[in-house]
Design a protein around this ligand. Structure first.
Ligand code: PMM
Length: 267
């Protein structure tokens, strides 16, 4: 999954794809470099980010989705709002990527059930403005899994078909850098939930901290090699999808993991 954030303020690519034509060109490029689908979002979820209104969100994402669909690209919409998701699906998006996993907008799971599209349910506690005040867990992996399990149960109760559910542990969302590493070390616990697993580590702050030099954390644009390393490990651990800003490096990484997995089969 390649990422196109149509936002002025995303930490990873904010401001670069605000113009719709540029965003569409970038999405097409991500596919040429190996992405199977492109995730289009109009609202930044960086720690501390404030919300924008629904009209502004739609104004940002709809032309990009229409442009990508016209180019034959498979699109997911990264939104927490049912109204935006509905308009995005009408514009040709086929997957809902709700980082709140149904918690931000009670109408979202009813929409997913109605349209029958695949839906990414990410582990989520709070909106970005305050999420980093909520990083306490008694047992990190077990708690995230249990809370994500409740989100899945709510989606199924709203009528979402289990075959449409994709789960995501939500790296960086109500999680410290250290906690992100613990989650990555235990992806098997999330694979064991029995749904396709999405992992989105790309360019996130914990990679910048790991790679920090004398001038501080490695800047977001220089974290793609580390991202590809995570993509290899996530794929080897059984992830179904990695959400990344640089498609080529992670597509190559996933192919390496798949080749090795084929080799470790029966001899
Ligand atoms: N992270 C971001 C945005 N959307 N979607 C899913 N499913 N999982 C994530 O972890 C996630 C997401 C924030 O980062 P960005 O700047 O790369 O969009």
């Amino acid at each position: 999954m390649g990422v196109v954030n149509v936002t002025p303020d995303s930490f990873s690519d904010g401001g670069r794809w605000l113009d719709a034509a540029t965003a569409v060109r970038h999405g097409v490029e991500l596919v040429a470099e190996g992405a199977d689908l492109v995730d289009v979002g109009g609202e930044s979820t960086r720690p501390g980010a404030l919300r924008i209104d629904a009209d502004e969100e739609a104004r940002r994402v709809l032309p990009v989705i229409e442009g990508l669909v016209a180019e034959g690209v498979r699109v997911s919409v990264d939104t927490m709002r049912a109204a935006t998701a509905r308009r995005a699906l009408e514009a040709g998006a086929t997957i809902i990527n709700d980082v709140s996993g149904g918690r931000a907008d009670p109408a979202m799971m009813a929409l997913a059930a109605e349209v029958g599209s695949p839906v990414v349910l990410m582990h989520w506690r709070e909106h970005s403005a305050t999420m980093q005040n909520h990083t306490h867990y008694d047992d990190l992996v077990a708690d995230i899994r249990a809370e994500l399990g409740q989100q899945v149960d709510a989606a199924l109760a709203a009528g979402v078909d289990p075959s449409r559910v994709i789960v995501d542990p939500g790296l960086g969302f109500s999680k410290t850098g250290e906690q992100n590493w613990t989650v990555l070390a235990h992806l098997d616990a999330f694979v064991a939930m029995g749904f396709p697993l999405l992992v989105a580590a790309s360019r996130k702050g914990f990679l910048g901290e790991l790679l920090a030099g004398p001038d501080g954390p490695r800047p977001a644009g220089e974290r793609d090699h580390a991202t590809a390393a995570v993509s290899t490990l996530a794929a080897a651990a059984g992830a179904w999808c990695v959400r990344v800003h640089d498609a080529r490096s992670s597509a190559d990484a996933v192919r390496v993991a798949a080749r090795l997995a084929a080799e470790s089969g029966p001899r």
